[in-house]
Design a protein around this ligand. Structure first.
Ligand code: SAM
Length: 343
């Protein structure tokens, strides 16, 4: 953190994983328009502010964020912890999966976004990296991200973005038929099987305009080319998640079927890409394996340690990682996209 002195207002800025985050003592209404004068621009080594000067102090705004997120996660039943590394991890995952897919989405939205004036919603946006990147590419469209935790930039962000602190289980604060494109990614750990069908999908489709696209992207926790120890451990974890949390981690066998039940939808698409893990796939593979390890470690409570004590559980994960390193393992990343019928 650095310091800048202003006329009486004190703000704090921390820089995490390349995204500069600013916490103001006077909180800004989440409904301020993206193009309002309080919108800011930034570069990697300088910050400019249009409505006030900014000071960086030693107050660790991140601690507040952590506490806020813990409380909200407890309410929403989300299992992963928050730390600066998680934000870094999510940002690296974004670039990794963009590399695997070669783009940021599969829906045929390119023309609509390039034309401008489209409204795009990202659910569970995390640090907002998907939005920040798309909003920079399509500057005449407006992008909204929602998340139960304010990990996203609050002020220093492109003018055509807004981020709202919303728990999807409370319902989305938007009118029916608002968005041209609704995008959601990496939410498999956040929703039970019932949540997906009864709350999430109906809510995403409610706010989608007729003619608009909904796109979901999730990885199946099925490891190809895995060894015997990995298979046993992974299957135990998957089963414990089903039995104890009602959470399904192999969604490719469910999402197409859940979507097919909505008569308002047409043009069902499903595509997948290999996402390799382990050093055999270079730096990206190493990171992917470490990221899987991070997930497994933090699932201990959720899966009741699959009957192991903490030491045994962590030791098993180490052995699983070693086994994975010796093989050309990968998982499949899936995208599903559907169009809402024009009535
Ligand atoms: C694995 S992260 C994915 C972040 C982002 N979609 C990405 O691709 O980088 C899951 C996100 O979902 C958010 N989340 C979990 N439960 C939620 C809920 N009930 N409502 C809104 N956001 C939620 C978490 O705060 C977290 O930022």
């Amino acid at each position: 953190m650095g310091k800048v002195y202003s006329k009486g207002k004190v703000h704090s800025v921390s820089v995490m994983g390349g995204v500069q985050r600013l916490r103001r003592q006077r909180s800004r209404s989440p409904r301020d328009s993206p193009g309002s004068p309080s919108s800011q621009s930034f570069s990697s080594n300088s910050i400019t502010s249009t409505d006030s000067e900014i000071s960086f102090d030693e107050d660790d705004g991140f601690k507040t964020l952590v506490e806020q997120k813990k409380a909200q996660f407890a309410k929403a039943g989300y299992m992963f912890p928050i730390c600066e590394k998680e934000i870094d991890r999510l940002q690296t995952l974004h670039y990794m999966f963009r590399y695997f897919w070669g783009n940021n989405f599969s829906s045929p939205m390119e023309g609509v976004l390039a034309k401008g004036n489209a409204k795009i919603l990202d659910i569970g946006c995390g640090p907002g990296i998907w939005i920040l990147e798309c909003a920079t590419t399509y500057q005449s469209c407006s992008f909204t991200g929602i998340d139960i935790a304010a990990l996203y930039p609050s002020e220093i962000k492109p003018r055509n973005t807004e981020f709202l602190n919303v728990n999807i289980f409370d319902g989305l604060p938007f009118e029916d038929n608002t968005f041209d494109f609704v995008h959601q990614r990496f939410m498999m750990f956040a929703y039970t099987i019932d949540n997906w069908q009864e709350k999430v999908l109906p809510e995403l489709l409610r706010v989608l305009k007729p003619g608009g696209y909904l796109e979901l992207m999730e990885n199946d926790i099925v490891w190809y080319e895995e060894g015997p120890l990995s298979r046993k451990f992974r299957e135990q974890v998957l089963q414990a998640m089903r039995d104890l949390q009602n959470i399904e981690l192999v969604l490719s066998s469910h999402i197409p079927e859940w979507l097919s039940r909505f008569p308002c939808l047409s043009q069902h698409h499903h595509d997948s890409r290999k996402a390799p893990f382990g050093s055999w796939a270079g730096g990206v593979g190493k990171f992917h394996l470490t990221s899987n390890k991070w997930g497994a470690v933090h699932m201990y409570d959720a899966v009741d340690g699959v009957g192991l004590n903490k030491e045994e559980y962590l030791d098993t994960i180490e052995k699983v990682m070693e086994e994975c390193e010796g093989r050309k393992g990968y998982l499949m990343s899936h995208r599903y996209w559907v169009r809402k019928k024009i009535e």
